[in-house]
Design a binder for this molecule. Structure first.
Ligand code: PMP
Length: 351
């Protein structure tokens, strides 16, 4: 049974000020079943509880404020960026509250239900043929388009450092406070790199370098190839159901912090999916693909640390965005993932 697409706002929001006040300060929960089993604490920050349903509200607020305060965006103006994902949704949320327009540049190959969803949220979509080896091209086109508008700003989540600043000033301090400084490692994937960079920089600074930072990555990741080839090259992205991370580019928000990473792990879809199913059963949370990837990586890395260690990660969004794959028996069988789901958890494949 198809699941209805999520509403633009997952939490009640009455104004732009109210929206801003409701971004962040998300719960940090211990995954009890897994933590007890591996004798290490896996803590997850539930970022899908942000008002528009993802971690991107954090960067979204900072980027829109930058556009207004520093780049002259006036009421009725247009926010432009290259994104088909959660940032696009977050910009639409802000736009709805403050009467801005949103123009999003997306690859022409983007599936129609995503185009429909963003259009539904109020965005104008520009489909672009992209060179699979140059995923930053879309960003260049977005910049050109914005510069031709009277009252328009290129948000530039990839390179605008206000993205990582949101995590340096909020996500990092929240994690430090919520763990009382008892944290051994932070594990997280990278799309724009904002979350990894800002949070890592803060946690390294406050702990005098004690907190380890590990990049989580998916199969077929261009970033993973780049890291493993020591910066020699990106290769064409391979297939994975995990969205928003492991891109074919090195954004400005990641560049300056790669050297701070203490390691990186790449996990397979077939490792991630059973973890997502297990969390529904044990913890009553339905996390999305990159969350499953982060948590699977956190578990792998935690096992290399002494018993009792604490590893923190984030859940950027929830399973609603991926239901047509993740909970679809036909898709799971086609991709060879059905058999990796334990029999007692197969009941959650309800799509
Ligand atoms: N997971 C999902 C689902 C996302 O949408 C994003 C944002 N692209 C990320 C992870 C990565 O976050 P960041 O852009 O901060 O690296």
């Amino acid at each position: 049974m198809p699941i209805t697409p999520p509403p633009l706002f997952r939490r009640e929001v009455t104004s732009a000020e109210d929206y801003i006040s409701k971004v962040g300060n998300t719960p940090l929960v211990r995954l009890n079943g897994i933590s007890d089993e591996i004798k290490r604490n896996i803590l997850v920050k539930l970022e899908f509880l942000n008002p528009s349903g993802s971690i991107k509200d954090r960067a979204g607020v900072y980027l829109v404020q930058d556009a207004i305060q520093n780049k002259g965006l006036k009421p009725g103006g247009t926010l432009v960026d290259g994104t088909a994902g959660n940032t696009g949704v977050s910009l639409c949320a802000f736009a709805k509250l403050q009467n801005y327009k949103v123009v999003l540049f997306v690859p022409s190959t983007l599936i129609q239900d995503k185009v429909d969803k963003l259009t539904n949220y109020g965005a104008e979509i520009k489909k672009i043929e992209i060179d699979p080896k140059d995923s930053l091209h879309i960003n260049v086109l977005a910049a050109e388009y914005a510069s031709g508008l009277d009252n328009g700003v290129h948000v530039d989540q990839m390179n605008n450092l206000n993205n990582q600043r949101a995590h340096f000033e909020n996500t990092g301090p929240e994690i430090w406070k919520q763990t009382n400084g008892e944290i051994d490692a932070f594990v997280c994937g990278s799309g724009t790199g904002g979350t990894f960079s800002g949070t890592t920089k803060y946690l390294k600074k406050i702990s005098n370098g004690k907190v380890k930072a590990i990049i989580a990555d998916r199969e077929g990741s261009g970033l993973d190839h780049y890291i493993r080839s020591h910066g020699a090259a990106f290769q064409a992205e391979g297939e994975s159901f995990i969205e928003g991370v492991g891109k074919l580019a090195l954004p400005g928000n990641l560049k300056d912090v790669l050297s701070l990473a203490d390691g990186s792990y790449r996990v397979l879809d077939s490792e991630v999916i059973p973890v997502i199913y297990r969390l529904i059963d044990e913890e009553n949370i339905r996390v999305g693909g990159s969350s499953g990837m982060n948590i699977t990586t956190a578990i792998k890395y935690a096992k290399t640390l002494p018993e009792g260690s604490t590893v923190v990660t984030v859940s950027p969004d929830d399973a609603n965005n991926y239901a047509s794959k993740l909970f679809n028996k036909k898709w799971l069988i086609e991709k060879g993932h059905w058999d990796v789901i334990p029999d007692h958890l197969k009941k959650y494949a309800t799509y």
